[in-house]
Design a protein around this ligand. Structure first.
Ligand SMILES: [Zn+2]
Length: 176
């Protein structure tokens, strides 16, 4: 029995790649929603030219870090985890992502976490809530020395996916 078990283990332990111990310099915070990740990877690589990055995928994405509202304890916890990664890996870039439909996009593209937090809210109301969260998250002292990019993944009425860059501290140094 033991022999068979070892054989089975060997069969699934094929080498995929070599271990690279160098640490990424960027952190991407995005919603856990698996429908959005293929496009996120393309955006990060092609538009931001970041090849390797730490990931924090939690429901709501960047909104999960917003310190305002009724979910202060949850935001505080996610914020602490973010800070841990930033300090442990000495990261210099953070990419914060929201997602949802464009203003005329399909309602099934709404972020489920925002639908949970704002039951019955329209797409416009949820976009407004995300804008408020963006404002609050940018004010967190954590990012002070880092490049911070904030973008919204949007699905248009034709079903196309696009990214709207809402903020990039490398381009302008104001607070908003
Ligand atoms: Zn979501």
């Amino acid at each position: 029995m033991q022999h068979q078990s070892d054989e089975h283990r060997a069969a699934v332990s094929t080498k995929l790649m070599s271990w690279d111990s160098s640490l990424p310099k960027a952190l991407v915070v995005a919603c856990s929603d698996g429908r959005i990740h293929a496009a996120i990877e393309l955006f990060i690589q092609n538009d931001l030219h970041i090849d390797r990055y730490d990931r924090m995928y939690v429901p709501g994405g960047a909104g999960a870090l917003a310190p305002s509202g009724a979910e202060f304890a949850r935001a505080h916890q996610h914020h602490r985890e973010c800070r841990f990664l930033i300090e442990a890996h000495e990261l210099d870039t953070v990419v914060l992502l929201f997602h949802g439909p464009s203003s005329d996009g399909p309602s099934d593209a709404l972020c489920g976490d925002y639908c949970r937090k704002f039951p019955g809210a329209s797409g416009t109301e949820i976009r407004r809530a995300q804008d408020q969260d963006l404002h609050d998250v940018l004010r967190l002292g954590t990012w002070r020395e880092m490049r911070i990019v904030v973008a919204r993944y949007e699905v248009t009425k034709d079903g196309d996916v696009r990214f709207i860059t809402l903020h990039d501290s490398a381009e302008h140094n104001d607070d908003t």
